[in-house]
Design a protein around this ligand. Structure first.
Ligand SMILES: [Zn+2]
Length: 501
């Protein structure tokens, strides 16, 4: 695109106009001061009618769920009866393996985990694996439990939750990964189609950079051959298995950036598997899943790839362990990412600011984790999702979605960080300004940041509103009108089309 955008509200600038040409931002300032340049170059003039123009957005932690087209969507259901009904209808229609995702027992009216006895009458002999919204807990029917036993033997017993001495059908943590091996794999073509839709959706939201987590070999192949890397910047953090394979084979994938390796130090609050120092209100402390030796192995793997090590750590116990490992190993600050960093009391923030890793957070957890006051002790509750304290400690805070766990829409994320969702009463000191919340979406640890400045690549989004006039929840409704990636128009809303073409 070669144009002058006028009458806009430019994020972080006094001016109202900006010139884009040859893929870069050539000038930023007031229209009056840019007129000479604009006239001499014969540029097209686009009136933004007071809308905001911001750097393009990054999603620092997202997933491509390898679901294929046949997945039972269980998000938002409100009772075990509703779950049974969904399963019953699925079986009527499909009569094939049931892979469901997204249930959340905290919003069930029964307030308990579902069991295999709930769903068995509707599934019969068809195996069912229904993964909870967090991805760390799953419900299996009796058939699937049996298949799991056949395949893995007694190894799976430690992951099966028991009721009256018998497996209830709930599996946790690594048990979920084992259960996933039962699911029939989607074809490469199905995955490719899914990826294209996935990326187009991001583009329409003004997102130009993705960090995709826990990427397997199969997904890497599908990404490479889908062509999406020509539209948007794709960076991947590989699973340890895939990373080992890459290191030994020296494979390169065109156009996709190898950002590093992803590992896990704990689970989730919802599954009570995030590792807490003080423990949960109803007992238990979760579990640390990463030993110092495994941490070192993962780090060496990420080093060989020339990338970063990204570690999932939600509870303060897990974050502390990872920071201690990293400090003892002398890991450079730019080489470590802490994913989620959900519970960070002051001493953990101090330790974080000593090491200064990249901290990748998900503002929309503030909305989804509305029940957190029933899970965490009151003294811990104050320090969940403490974005402002983390920023004030000088840490690089990057916002992300963790899609499909949370919606991928970054404006919902900004709105959550500004309004604090359901945890407002406990954590209001951590409220971010709209500007700071957006700032956390302008960069990612792998690619760096999109900025508005003369001479830099034109990665820009024109919004349908002026963000200075919006508050809290209103931000959630923002929609882009125009998205530029390296100066190329990659999205135009239908009502803006006539101005651009
Ligand atoms: Zn994730």
């Amino acid at each position: 695109m070669r144009a002058i955008l006028v009458n806009g509200s430019i994020f972080g600038f006094e001016g109202d106009s900006l010139i884009v040409s040859e893929g870069i931002i050539v000038k930023v300032g007031y229209e009056s001061s840019l007129t000479d340049y604009f006239m001499s170059e014969g540029l097209r003039k686009i009136d933004l009618e007071g809308s905001s123009i911001i750097p393009s957005l990054h999603d620092s932690h997202t997933h491509v769920p390898l679901m294929g087209p046949n997945t039972l969507d269980l998000r938002g259901i409100r009772s075990i009866d509703e779950l049974k009904e969904k399963v019953r209808r699925w079986v009527l229609r499909n009569k094939a393996f049931i892979y469901g995702r997204g249930w959340d027992h905290t919003i069930f009216k029964e307030h308990r985990y579902p069991t295999r006895w709930d769903i068995d009458p509707f599934t019969g002999d068809i195996p069912a694996v229904l993964v909870r919204v967090c991805g760390h807990v799953a419900l299996l029917n009796t058939k699937a439990v049996r298949l799991l036993h056949d395949r893995f033997g007694n190894r799976i017993n430690e992951y099966l939750i028991k009721e009256d001495g018998r497996p209830s059908g709930i599996v946790i943590e690594e048990g979920v990964d084992l259960a996933r091996t039962l699911i029939p794999k989607p074809t490469l073509e199905e995955i490719r189609k899914y990826i294209i839709n996935y990326v187009m959706e991001y583009i329409s939201l003004g997102v130009t950079h993705l960090n995709i987590m826990s990427v397997s070999k199969q997904l890497m192949d599908a990404l490479s051959s889908s062509g999406v890397q020509d539209l948007i910047n794709i960076g991947v953090y590989l699973t340890p298995e895939t990373a080992s394979e890459f290191v030994s084979s020296g494979r390169i994938n065109k156009g996709i950036r190898l950002c590093g390796v992803k590992g896990f130090a704990d689970g989730s609050f919802g599954g009570r598997t995030a590792h807490l120092r003080k423990g949960y209100r109803d007992g238990g402390k979760g579990k640390l899943l990463l030993s110092e030796a495994s941490f070192k192995q993962l780090y060496s793997l990420s080093h060989k790839l020339g990338g970063q090590l990204a570690i999932h750590a939600i509870g303060d116990g897990a974050i502390e362990a990872v920071l201690n490992y990293a400090l003892r190993a002398g890991i450079p600050r730019k080489k470590l990412r802490i994913e989620h960093a959900s519970l960070t009391p002051p001493d953990i923030i101090d330790k974080l600011s000593l090491l200064k890793p990249h901290v990748v957070v998900q503002p929309h957890f503030l909305v989804s984790d509305w029940w957190l006051s029933t899970a965490l002790k009151p003294s811990d509750l104050r320090w969940v999702y403490s974005f402002k304290s983390l920023m004030n400690a000088g840490l690089n805070l990057y916002a992300s979605s963790d899609f499909p766990v949370e919606p991928r829409n970054p404006y919902l994320g900004v709105s959550s960080a500004v309004s604090r969702g359901m945890l407002q009463a406990y954590t209001y000191e951590e409220t971010l300004s709209t500007e700071n919340a957006f700032q956390a979406y302008f960069g990612d640890p792998c690619f760096g940041s999109s900025i508005i400045k003369e001479g830099v690549e034109a990665n820009l989004v024109v919004l349908d509103e002026n963000i200075n006039s919006l508050h809290g929840y209103d931000v959630a409704a923002i929609k882009p009108k125009l998205v530029l990636s390296a100066g190329n128009v990659i999205y135009v809303s239908s009502d803006f089309q006539s101005k651009v073409s």
